[in-house]
Design a protein around this ligand. Structure first.
Ligand code: MN
Ligand code: MN
Length: 477
């Protein structure tokens, strides 16, 4: 089967729309580099569109009706949005899902130390990364430090052109004779991913505050560079070393999303897995008219480490929110109503798919692989070693989806993540499938997945956006 070349089908007017969506998407990527920042962006966009917070509606004793817009945030890291449709929940809802966490390096609980006149932050990487890719590139630190009095300090250093950046050192090639013999997984090891954050000792004459305890001054003498960094953290951010215990600081590649290629056909950015699906799902939902079925978009944390924790997809957060929304619609008689609603629902579990890489063709089986510029990707199944761990979508559901997409002339392709037994991966699809609903993995093809700079095609971003609209409006199975 041949896939159509998506780029060639657009009119000038449509290309303009495509560029607009992609420009907004690049802003979303650049402004939301952590799950918390993404939630902030999403809530801002939703509220501007008239979405109201679920907890506020409950507190105010309000009800919901067809056309109403409601959202709920969980622990500042996951968010779910609903647009109430014309049909009752008992006939099922249409769900778009994606994740907003991305691979990175997390700052440890007791991170700051001094060695060889450098101050460093110790990290523990998050998600699957090729560790050597995180050395010798500009890094930014994003996150929060929560103090015992309950106040939150927001940290975002390294993105503004005037900001300093940080880096993990890499061994010079001249002295790397032994290192170059190691296998790639050992070239840079997890404990080597310590971020250099300073190199200037505290100046006792000028820098140490009046009234500093003698013991602190003695400590400063032992680790003067670390002392200088602590002083900066105190002066500029008003937190102390112990506050690292209650912090969530994420070290990510510094810099904005960029257009890529002479033809500007692609986007190169950190965090496109899976913010490309999160953004397009959200944008689609905000641009929708009132649909027959209630539409829901769920954007979750912790996918990269197994969808665990209170903010991951395996948390009851989503189910609870659906129950609350049904209740405000006057449609929650008992848990049976919730079970029926969920089991009759349809979902696009959207996550990135591996695009065929011209430099590494051998890991793909090209008849069943996704191409950048080939449109939205469906993976009937994912998994590894004999489809293990996969959500294998039903043929009946796929036929209904094809019908919806073909009617709206959305370009789509079917793919597997690489050759049989080349590797594999998982998504949140299997978790929603636990409710007995129809779920399929869909999304956007990327190159360099999980690297500091991932690449997508603008055409695929646009087709995903249009595809999600078509799905929400037209899916009824
Ligand atoms: Mn993903
Ligand atoms: Mn991933």
């Amino acid at each position: 089967m041949e896939y159509e070349k998506v780029w060639n089908k657009y009119s000038q007017a449509e290309l303009k729309k495509l560029e607009k969506i992609n420009a907004e998407y690049m802003d979303f990527l650049s402004n939301g580099k952590t799950e918390r920042e993404c939630v902030d962006e999403i809530v801002n966009m939703a509220e501007a569109d008239g979405y109201v917070e679920l907890e506020k509606l409950i507190a105010d004793g309000k009800k919901l009706k067809t056309g109403d817009k409601v959202y709920s945030v969980w622990m500042n890291k996951s968010v779910v949005l609903f647009r109430i449709g014309k049909k009752p929940f008992s006939e099922g809802i249409n769900i778009l899902g994606a994740h907003i966490d991305s691979p990175r390096m997390d700052v440890k609980s007791n991170p700051l130390y001094e060695k060889d006149d450098f101050a460093l932050l110790d990290t523990h990487y998050y998600g699957g990364i090729k560790k050597y890719q995180y050395t010798a590139l500009p890094l930014a630190i994003h996150g929060v430090v929560v103090k015992t009095d309950g106040t939150t300090v927001e940290v975002n250093v390294g993105e503004d052109p005037d900001d300093p950046v940080f880096f993990v050192s890499d061994l010079l090639i001249h002295l790397a004779q032994d290192q170059m013999e190691k296998k790639a997984s050992k070239v840079v090891e997890g404990e080597d991913l310590d971020v250099i954050v300073g190199n200037k000792p505290v100046n006792f004459g000028a820098d140490v505050r009046k009234g500093t305890a003698k013991s602190d001054e003695e400590k400063s003498k032992k680790d003067p560079v670390k002392a200088a960094i602590l002083k900066i953290l105190k002066d500029q951010y008003d937190f102390e070393e112990k506050d690292f215990y209650s912090a969530e600081l994420e070290v990510v590649p510094a810099g904005r999303a960029r257009e890529a290629g002479f033809d500007r056909s692609m986007i190169l950015s950190y965090g496109q897995d899976d913010r490309v699906c999160a953004y397009t799902s959200l944008r689609a939902m905000l641009d929708l008219p009132v649909c027959d079925r209630t539409v829901c978009t769920i954007l979750v944390d912790k996918e990269e480490i197994g969808s665990v924790g209170a903010t991951g997809m395996r948390s009851r957060f989503f189910e609870n929110a659906v129950a609350e929304v049904m209740n405000l619609c006057g449609q929650y008689g008992s848990e049976l109503d919730l079970k029926r609603a969920l089991s009759r629902s349809c979902m696009l579990s959207s996550d990135v798919s591996a695009g065929v890489d011209p430099n590494y063709e051998s890991v793909f089986e090209k008849k069943n692989a996704a191409f950048l510029g080939g449109g939205i990707v469906f993976n009937k199944f994912t998994g590894a070693r004999g489809k293990s761990g996969s959500n294998d979508a039903n043929a009946e559901y796929i036929a209904a989806l094809r019908n919806v997409f073909e009617k709206e002339k959305i370009s789509y392709q079917f793919a597997e993540l690489g050759k049989v037994d080349a590797g594999g991966g998982g998504t949140i699809a299997y978790i929603l499938a636990l409710y007995g609903m129809n779920v399929i993995d869909s999304g956007v093809a990327v190159l360099n997945m999980h690297s500091p700079w991932e690449a997508t095609s603008k055409a695929d971003v646009y087709e995903a956006y249009k595809g999600y609209i078509a799905f929400c409006k037209g899916m009824d199975l």
